[in-house]
Design a protein around this ligand. Structure first.
Ligand code: 44T
Length: 830
């Protein structure tokens, strides 16, 4: 065959191939569509995958059908517990459509519901970046943005004093000769940029969070320093010289400290750095010109004995009777925040609180005492802390009060000249560490002037801990006239050394560890009494003795039949017990944890309530059953208690979605509690909320451009607010914003919008709209989520654009409610 012939032949073969390809594609499309009609989504998905890899030009045409097949198939795989296969499908789909926000968002949703929150957050973020107008992706992103970039980053970056101190200390070190700098836990890169601007020729930075690392790269580039700072996405412990950084450094800067100083692992981090990453420390005789040092150079931790009702009610169950239920004795309720019992897996070492903003305030019962000092430039010092050495301290009570907690704060000594304090009365962005005191006998919490509080300070597992040892009553020892103890401290400590007054729990008692919000709920007597009254009212309206007509629809019912009550509160709740005590009731608890279940059983016994009147609902259901079902195949519920508000102050979306089902499961005259949720709010000017929501321009960050990058992670709704202590100026009275009627089958809770006229009572700049809820149980009984004893915190919508308003004028507040998310807008009435 000549050359031309061979070419013709090749062309012919190619034409044949193309024809066969077209044939295959069209057959696959046909099969895929047939499978879709047959609802065989797995096969449909496989066919589409083949089609689109063979014919990428068809991607746009088939995008939506392909997505449909993917989502349907993913649902099936999820239901079959084949999540691995499901994620593989998503990954294949994203290879085909790498910039498709819908697939990206859906992948995030699947990850989220399987508990992979960080990964989910990454996909939601990507989806929003791909399509900033996607409402679904934005809503999902807002729910998780806090996991990606914690809110304190905004607060810290807005803290000019802190930024200036670090800047000056770093400048001093660089000017004194530190040429190689390593920034451990760089966050947005600000400390590295300080070092570079101060003239350090070699700056390295590491950051373990992927999101923060990406952000740091963006920030460094925005400040024209790319290539001048070497950024590493690594934990400092994994850094090797010369693999990652070419030589040991002369300066480590780090702010890997939390409210309890050591909680971000600074002790281990610096032990590793001194052994591997830093030049030798400066010798005593100063004979060496190349040595390593750390900013901050050290820290001093201070403590104080504090009375604080707000901390008490979140960490200690102090009521003995709740709406007729005796909760004393049978169960020992404890907070998960470190206390003396042994179940250490549930222990958190401390809580954190900005004491200046605690609702109801606090009272210092002692002077500040020195709890611990640490020299970050001494490997020996760091190692002795890591070894968990303990120190016993005696503190004199200067005021009479309740021994609710110890608090600690610290002064960071950046260098000889620059200090930062995180103290409770300081103008600072920092919170304090709180060590609640619990499990003392009921009369053991009162301290009097002159009493001595003895505590141990130590760092087992490198978390700071303060443990109460004992209280020496003033009467027990010799007191001088001014109330100070005459004994010297060393003698006292010796005398106490052998004394162990850990408060063993009564072996009769069952231990039940509750979240702080669950403890606050249990302490809220009014909450439970309101429920009790409301339940009684509904029950008596259903009682055939009082209203003979109510059960006409269910002929099988007789006066002996119990009334059924279901409580689907998240976590621990004694409402079913309160209901069971009302008689002729069968109540169902939906507690999931064994300890909750055991605690309820013990309380049932203690209160002599018949065992038959309380059941555990989840025991009656199969693993895959929906929680909302009839109590029995021929019975309906009289009351269903839904937990519609999260402790953080947001509406629980999944619960709102269940209302329609719940209504269908009610007998005639039965009720959902709450029957109605009313959102209340007011307009405020609050600089604090602005500071916590976004970096305010380049000024706080000393001229560096950080705001545009990190502000991509800002969210419109703030949660966990203490409205009563939020620094703000109210510009209007509280108003009713929106009413959600859970009993009305015709109202649509998925999407609602209203406009409310608001009278301005003070001129100012509206920056935010805090909101809370009234939960209506029966006509005249409601719960207020902003009340002083509430276990709920409040939320606030922060406006994108603050609006100036004039006293006496009216303003229109638009409230949009979609999938349980609230959006608000302000405008002048036309
Ligand atoms: N919270 C303060 C903690 N890192 C401050 O990934 C103060 C909290 C706070 N990277 C309210 C107010 C405030 N190697 O991005 C983080 C973290 C990273 C590391 C590499 C390591 N060995 C580590 C250790 C941590 O460092 C960054 C800062 S850590 C904590 C900062 C306003 N609530």
């Amino acid at each position: 065959m000549n050359r031309a012939g061979r070419r013709r032949d090749r062309r012919g073969r190619k034409a044949g191939q193309a024809a066969r390809r077209r044939e295959l594609i069209s057959r696959s499309v046909h099969s895929a569509e047939q499978c879709l009609r047959d609802r065989d989504y797995g096969t449909a998905y496989a066919h589409f995958l083949l089609v689109l890899s063979l014919a990428p030009e068809l991607k746009e045409d088939f995008k939506e059908t392909f997505q449909y097949a993917l989502f349907k198939w993913a649902e099936e795989l999820y239901a079959l517990n084949r999540s691995e296969d499901m994620f593989n499908c998503y990954e294949q789909a994203l290879e085909l459509f790498p910039s498709d926000d819908v697939i990206c968002n859906s992948m995030g949703e699947q990850l989220f519901r399987l508990g992979f929150r960080d990964e989910a957050a990454g996909y939601f973020y990507k989806a929003v970046k791909l399509n900033p107008n996607s409402a679904d992706a934005k809503e999902n992103f807002y729910r998780v943005a806090n996991w990606l970039v914690e809110r304190w980053h905004f607060v810290m970056l807005n803290d000019v004093k802190r930024n200036l101190m670090f800047k000056k200390a770093i400048e001093n070190a660089v000017h004194a000769g530190c040429k190689t700098v390593l920034d451990i836990g760089t966050g947005t890169g600000i400390l590295s940029m300080f070092a570079k601007s101060a003239g350090a020729p070699y700056v390295y930075a590491c950051e373990l969070s992927k999101t923060m690392f990406d952000l740091a790269c963006e920030v460094v580039a925005a400040n024209h320093m790319e290539g001048k700072i070497r950024l590493l996405h690594m934990k400092s412990h994994d850094l090797r010289v010369p693999k990652h950084i070419p030589e040991k450094v002369s300066l480590v800067v780090t702010e890997t400290v939390d409210a309890g100083l050591f909680g971000e692992g600074i002790v281990e981090t610096l032990i590793h750095a001194w052994k591997n990453l830093l030049l030798e420390p400066k010798p005593k005789d100063g004979s060496c010109d190349r040595y390593g040092r750390v900013i901050p150079a050290g820290a001093v931790v201070y403590g104080m004995v504090v009375e604080c009702p707000e901390i008490r009610r979140h960490h200690r169950v102090f009521v003995s009777e709740v709406a007729g239920v005796n909760i004393e004795g049978a169960v020992q309720f404890s907070s998960p925040v470190h206390c003396c019992h042994k179940s250490s897996e549930v222990n958190e070492p401390y809580a954190t609180e900005k004491m200046s903003r605690v609702s109801g305030g606090y009272k210092s019962l002692s002077q500040p005492f020195l709890a611990l000092t640490v020299d970050f430039n001494s490997l020996e010092d760091l190692e002795s802390i890591a070894a968990g050495k303990s120190c016993r301290i005696s503190v004199l009570a200067q005021e009479q009060g309740q021994l609710d907690c110890f608090i600690t704060w610290f002064v960071l000594h950046l260098d000889e000249e620059h200090n930062l304090s995180t103290g409770p009365s300081e103008e600072t962005c920092w919170e304090q560490a709180v060590f609640p005191i619990q499990n003392l006998p009921a009369d053991g919490y009162t301290v009097n002037r002159g009493d001595t509080v003895v505590l141990d300070v130590h760092c087992p597992d490198c978390y700071l801990r303060l443990d109460l040892v004992t209280v020496i009553r003033a009467g027990d020892g010799d007191m001088s006239s001014d109330g100070t103890s005459l004994e010297n401290e060393a003698d006292l400590c010796d005398a106490l050394a052998g004394l162990h007054t850990t408060h063993q729990k009564d072996s009769e008692q069952e231990l039940c560890i509750l979240e702080p919000s669950e403890i606050a709920m249990l302490n809220n007597v009014i909450y439970h009494e309101n429920f009790k009254t409301a339940i009684s009212k509904v029950l008596s309206s259903l009682d055939p003795g009082q209203n003979g007509s109510f059960r006409n629809e269910s002929p099988a019912a007789s006066p002996e039949d119990p009334l059924y009550i279901l409580d689907v509160t998240e976590g621990f709740s004694i409402l079913p017990l309160i209901a069971a005590q009302l008689g002729r009731v069968k109540s169902y608890s939906s507690v999931e944890e064994k300890q909750h279940y055991v605690a309820l059983e013990r309380l049932l016994e203690r209160n002599c309530v018949s065992k038959d009147s309380l059941e555990f609902w989840l025991n009656q259901l199969d693993a895959n059953d929906d929680v909302l079902q009839r109590p029995k195949s021929d019975k309906l519920w009289s009351i269903i208690i839904l937990d519609v508000i999260e402790p953080c102050g947001l509406i629980r979306q999944e619960v709102m979605e269940k209302c329609a089902i719940a209504r269908c499961l009610l007998q005639s005259g039965g009720k959902i509690f709450p029957q109605c949720v009313v959102i209340h709010g007011l307009l405020v000017e609050s600089n604090t909320l602005l500071q916590e929501s976004a970096v305010q321009g380049t000024e706080p960050t000393l001229g560096f451009t950080i705001a545009p990058s990190i502000n991509q992670f800002k969210v419109p709704v703030h949660v966990f607010l203490n409205l009563s202590t939020l620094p703000c100026v109210p510009l209007s009275d509280p108003v009713e914003l929106l009413r959600l009627d859970l009993m009305n089958p015709y109202s649509n809770h998925c999407s609602l919008a209203t406009e409310v006229k608001v009278k301005i009572c003070k001129s100012g700049l509206v920056t935010a709209i805090p909101f809370w809820y009234h939960l209506h149980l029966v006509e005249d009984i409601h719960l207020d989520t902003s009340s002083a004893m509430s276990h709920w915190k409040q939320a606030a919508f922060v406006l994108e654009e603050p609006l100036r308003v004039e006293e006496g004028k009216e303003i229109l507040l638009g409230v949009h409610f979609q999938n349980s998310n609230v959006t608000m807008t302000l405008k002048e009435p036309s």
